[in-house]
Design a protein around this ligand. Structure first.
Ligand SMILES: [Zn+2]
Length: 253
């Protein structure tokens, strides 16, 4: 029987609970709201549009299990900020303002139900700036709320750096696709290919200058790094390290 079919999953995921169960669990100490945040964007020839949301969801489910009975996972925010990927067909992007409002509304809804601790687990680089803005807004508008966000790739950044050899990586590369193999294997394609990176497009970035660009200007096939080197083992190493560190942080949260 898969975890999905057991009563245990029902008591960790909001989508599997009744309101009576939420009330009951809250009385028993469920206090941290976990929000998985992803995107619906291209991952070159190496992965589907569900890579980021699938990773975020898988990470948060494991996190909720590790923090049981303190945490509740709400449904995944499956759309993110991806205007730079719009030249690849299929990508869906929210405007930054929309994204921010969605997260504020999720937070405010759960605030109205009495929750005061929020952790946002991010699977998409394009969401980072808005998540930082969200923290500022929450701190200003909800003084009694404790909130934090993290990209789980960054939490285990040292493991990624030690194991990923490609100079330019970070999207649809061996690091990301390894995580996807571990967390959301359905989102990974079998014939994975190296990114067709245009290194000249990255010159300004190397000098610390942020030039407006679309992702197809940086890589022809939508990927960086070399996802043919991706492995389940590397995914396990990155994700389990990230989980350990986030759990340690949230134990004091
Ligand atoms: Zn991604």
């Amino acid at each position: 029987m898969s975890r999905e079919d057991t009563g245990e999953a029902r008591s960790l995921l909001l989508n599997r609970m009744s309101w009576q169960e939420v009330r009951q669990r809250k009385e028993e100490g469920m206090e941290i709201v976990l929000v998985p945040v992803g995107s619906t964007e291209q991952h070159g020839p190496n992965g589907t549009f569900g890579v980021d949301s699938g990773r975020a969801e898988g990470f948060v489910q494991r996190l909720a299990e590790r923090l049981y009975p303190r945490a509740l996972a709400v449904p995944t925010v499956a759309y993110g900020i991806s205007p730079h990927h719009m030249n690849f067909p299929g990508t869906i992007t929210l405007q930054p303002e929309t994204f921010l409002r969605v997260l504020e509304d999720i937070t405010d809804s759960m605030y109205q139900h009495g929750f005061r601790r929020f952790f946002y687990a991010n699977g998409h680089g394009g969401n980072r700036a808005a998540l930082t803005l969200l923290m500022g807004k929450l701190k200003a508008n909800y003084p009694d709320v404790r909130a934090a966000w993290a990209s789980f790739t960054s939490v285990a950044g040292d493991v990624v750096q030690e194991n990923v050899e490609s100079e330019v990586h970070g999207h649809a590369c061996e690091g990301e696709m390894s995580q996807a193999m571990y967390l959301a294997p359905w989102s990974v394609k079998h014939d994975r290919q190296p990114g067709k990176v245009r290194t000249e497009a990255l010159q300004a970035r190397r000098k610390g200058i942020n030039e407006a660009s679309t992702f197809d200007e940086i890589t022809k096939n939508g990927a960086l790094g070399d996802a043919s080197r991706a492995s389940w083992d590397l995914g396990e190493k990155i994700i389990e390290t990230g989980l350990d560190r986030v759990v340690e942080y949230l134990e004091e949260f």
